[in-house]
Design a protein around this ligand. Structure first.
Ligand SMILES: Cc1cc2nc3c(=O)[nH]c(=O)nc-3n(C[C@H](O)[C@H](O)[C@H](O)COP(=O)(O)OP(=O)(O)OC[C@H]3O[C@@H](n4cnc5c(N)ncnc54)[C@H](O)[C@@H]3O)c2cc1C
Length: 276
């Protein structure tokens, strides 16, 4: 299958892109980033945007920098860049590691961190990492800008707080304190497949542990009970953590016992990786 006919625009600035989207959004017009999710959906005619606005030429969306205590990523930074960047590997090694789990080289070379976050697949690594990082998402329309916390961004299966005329511009992540330990594990049938369950864990020295689970519910979620168990006892045993994960998963609406067991195994491994 090939996509239905559409008009194609290639703006070179953010203002121009936002204006084009303001005109096209009401009729289903969309921006396209790496196209690694949108093009397959268009090929299968799951979506038929009459207008495509290509963000590939918008330079404002490709920068990556450390400003003060934050790592700032333009939405069009590719997953391959996130995985290989010395900046990200130094300041947010968990994010760089998580990016290596996204699909294959070809997908990572074109797919973008912003595209993955907006696409909001519940099994995707980048949304989970953004939730773990408490990232702040800067979004922009023709009428203004606003900032959304990652905790408020993911609404459900491929559903987010982004309005249809808004563009995700930038993601800002506070850099964890020195000495922060981290772990990341996921299970997929084959390398490069979407995760069937995964977990990311951050253990800041003297701070509250943070744990995010993904691939199990309709969106990634913070595992608050598991975080409390690790806060109460950083060396919490496997059975204690399994019970905590089970409660977290049930609160997130996961009913499948096999899925919960798999998720618990991933959380235990991520926590062990962080503690080792
Ligand atoms: C074979 C295969 C395997 C894959 N495996 C994985 C995997 O294991 N893990 C994983 O996480 N992903 C996986 N993916 C998906 C891949 O990571 C996609 O690249 C990603 O989900 C979307 O990023 P993109 O830049 O390609 O976005 P696009 O496909 O261009 O866009 C996706 C959606 O986001 C919107 N969008 C994009 N950028 C913006 C923006 N800045 N502002 C507003 N809206 C925007 C688009 O309008 C569209 O609705 C896989 C894809 C394929 C084809």
């Amino acid at each position: 299958m090939k996509p239905a006919m559409m008009e194609y625009y290639a703006p070179t600035g953010l203002d121009e892109a936002a204006t084009l989207l303001a005109e096209a959004a009401a009729d289903g017009g969309k921006v396209i980033a790496g196209g690694q999710s949108l093009i397959p959906m268009m090929n299968f005619r799951l979506v038929r945007p009459p207008v495509l606005i290509d963000l590939g030429g918008v330079a404002e969306l490709t920068s990556m920098e450390v400003t003060g205590s934050h790592l700032s990523l333009g939405a069009m930074v590719t997953t391959a860049t996130v995985a290989s960047s010395s900046l990200v590997r130094r300041d947010w090694p968990l994010l760089a590691h998580a990016a290596t789990w996204v699909g294959h080289d070809q997908i990572r070379n074109r797919g973008t961190v912003g595209g993955s976050v907006v696409h909001a697949d519940p099994s995707a690594e980048m949304p989970a990492a953004m939730l773990l990082a408490d990232a702040r998402l800067e979004v922009r329309s023709a009428t203004g800008s606003r900032t959304v916390d990652a905790a408020d961004f993911f609404w459900g299966y491929m559903s987010t707080a982004l309005e249809e005329d808004e563009i995700l511009v930038r993601l800002s992540l506070e850099i964890p304190p020195p000495g922060t330990r981290w772990g990341f594990r996921e299970f997929a049938q084959r390398h490069g497949d979407f995760a069937e369950a995964g977990a990311a864990c951050l253990l800041p020295p003297g701070g509250r542990p943070r744990v995010v689970a993904f691939g199990a519910a309709d969106r990634p979620f913070r595992a608050a009970e598991t975080e409390s168990a690790l806060a109460a006892d950083p060396a919490a045993d496997a059975e204690t953590l399994r019970r905590a994960v089970s409660r977290d998963a049930e609160q997130a609406g996961v009913a499948d016992r096999a899925k919960i067991r798999l998720l618990a195994a991933m959380v235990l491994r991520a926590a062990a990786m962080a503690r080792d």
